[in-house]
Design a protein around this ligand. Structure first.
Ligand SMILES: NC(=O)C1=CN([C@@H]2O[C@H](COP(=O)(O)OP(=O)(O)OC[C@H]3O[C@@H](n4cnc5c(N)ncnc54)[C@H](O)[C@@H]3O)[C@@H](O)[C@H]2O)C=CC1
Ligand SMILES: N[C@@H](CC=O)C(=O)O
Ligand code: NA
Length: 439
């Protein structure tokens, strides 16, 4: 049979990894597919740039759009990144009846509803396994493997860069900026690393996961997002002393007031759970389904080879159904377009959980009494309390407490009042604790 002709847009970390992987595993890929997958064209920004990947036999140019319209190309892989940069290219390829494989979660989180609709109108595939949790086939698991379930909750470590940084800060005592630089050098970070550090990348991924888990339109605007910028080495240390690890979590689940929660934030996770032991660039996604119970998917969340693994997995799926009627393909988000339903997305103040609160308090009698009075006025009870050694030269002392389960609305009011006290040097650090089902 004729080879499947593939055009790749962008030859950075993931594009380079994809070309290499397709070459390296050409033989088993052909045995899986019954046809060879041949990269015939690649678009780059700078053709004079040396590339660590063999490109002989590939037409390398700078005109990405012409690949999207080329009748000699069967499938387009979009790996240029960005939203405004990538959208016209993806649209152009779909318009010309070419299925697209992409790793671009920013694009799909922001414009996915329109793009999937457009792809549906054109009757072509738009595949995105690499966009969520890198090499972990979590989209496939949710869309296909868990299709028999009502999904109850998803707790994910979905950003490799942030997890790598938190791991390095904990195990090496590394500074935030040094840990970020390492992650960037390893090719894990986004072009704009604030996306990784501020929780935006994890939020893009969670918007997609929630859509696939609940059969809902993608709703990035409904997300509550906090990043890891405020996490200090002391927070990591104190959390450890209390038996927890700090992880940047992406969470979607049914909330106590009936809405679906969608939130990304650092959280304390009990040290004896599997999620807590996920270190470095690894990601993990814990999914609870009503029939299956708790399940866990673990693997590398970023980097050239792992992400290429997901891109090529999609490529094989798409190549298998080239020319087939759309009725025979798995719907983009696992639910038919006419089966999607918008739920009520919960406000973060509806969250009920335990909290870690770190305050900087003046070292004088009566401080604890003032703090506990405010907490008790909000009906919040304390589970653990620790006064820490002051930093050399500091007049105030760090005070850390854990609460019992309470409503976020009450907790926020209490912290605002605590930070108004003369004896507290605010703002205090407030982090959520997340209990996750044992897997
Ligand atoms: N690096 C990683 O571990 C992962 C990245 N992703 C996603 O994969 C995509 C690509 O990421 P990376 O490879 O890391 O980025 P990168 O910055 O290493 O590569 C992107 C390449 O595209 C080129 N480019 C940009 N606009 C272009 C255009 N119009 N025509 C031709 N070339 C163009 C850039 O010059 C650059 O070489 C992004 O959407 C990213 O979010 C997804 C999962 C993991
Ligand atoms: N920058 C992202 C790359 C993969 O999606 C990450 O660090 O997870
Ligand atoms: Na994936």
């Amino acid at each position: 049979m004729d080879p499947v002709r593939v055009g790749i847009l962008g030859l950075g970390t993931v594009g380079g990894g994809t070309v290499s992987l397709l070459r390296r595993n050409a033989e088993p890929l052909e045995r899986r597919l019954g046809r060879s997958l041949e990269v015939t064209r690649v678009a780059v920004k700078d053709p004079s740039k040396p590339r660590p990947v063999e490109l002989d036999g590939i037409d390398v140019g700078t005109d990405a759009e012409s690949i999207c319209t080329d009748p000699e190309i069967d499938i387009v892989i979009e790996l240029v990144g960005g939203v405004d940069n990538a959208e016209p290219l993806v649209r152009k390829a779909l318009e010309h009846g070419k299925p697209v494989v992409t790793a671009n979660k920013a694009l799909l989180a922001e414009r996915g509803n329109e793009l999937f609709r457009f792809a549906g109108e054109k009757g072509v595939d738009l595949a995105f396994e690499a966009a969520v949790a890198g090499g972990i086939p979590i989209i496939k698991a949710l869309r296909e493997g868990l299709a028999g379930n009502r999904i109850e909750s998803v707790h994910a470590i979905a950003n490799g860069t942030a997890n790598y940084m938190l791991s390095r800060m904990r195990t090496e005592g590394m500074e935030f900026e040094d840990a970020l630089k390492e992650a960037q050098d390893l090719g894990y970070a986004e072009l704009d690393p604030t996306f990784d550090v501020d929780g935006i990348d994890a939020a893009h991924k969670l918007a997609l996961v929630a859509a696939v888990a609940f059969g809902a339109p993608i709703n990035y605007q409904a997300l509550h997002i906090e990043g890891i910028r405020s996490i200090t080495r002391e927070d990591i240390l104190y959390a450890g002393e209390l038996g927890y690890r700090i992880k940047l979590l992406a969470i979607t689940k049914h909330g106590p007031d009936g809405g679906i929660e969608l939130r990304v934030h650092p959280a304390l996770v009990p040290e004896d759970t599997m999620l807590a032991s996920v270190e470095g660039v690894f990601n993990a996604v814990q999914v609870v389904g009503d029939a299956v119970g708790p399940t866990l998917y673990y693997g590398p969340g970023a980097g050239a080879d792992p992400t290429a693994s997901a891109v090529v997995g999609d490529l094989v799926d798409v190549a298998r159904t080239l020319g087939a009627s759309p009725e025979y393909r798995v719907p983009y988000l696992g639910f038919r377009a006419d089966g999607m339903q918008e739920p009520r997305w919960a406000h973060v103040e509806e969250v009920e959980t335990e909290y870690y609160l770190r305050m900087q308090a003046q070292d004088q009698p009566g401080v604890l009494a003032q703090v506990t009075r405010i907490l008790s006025e909000e009906g919040i009870s304390i589970e653990a309390f620790r006064q820490k050694e002051p930093h050399p030269g500091d007049t105030d002392v760090p005070v850390v407490l854990l609460t019992h389960t309470t409503k976020e609305r009450a907790m926020r009011r209490a912290v605002a009042a605590i930070d108004q006290l003369d004896v507290i040097n605010g703002p205090s650090q407030l982090l959520r604790l997340e209990e996750v089902d044992a897997v």
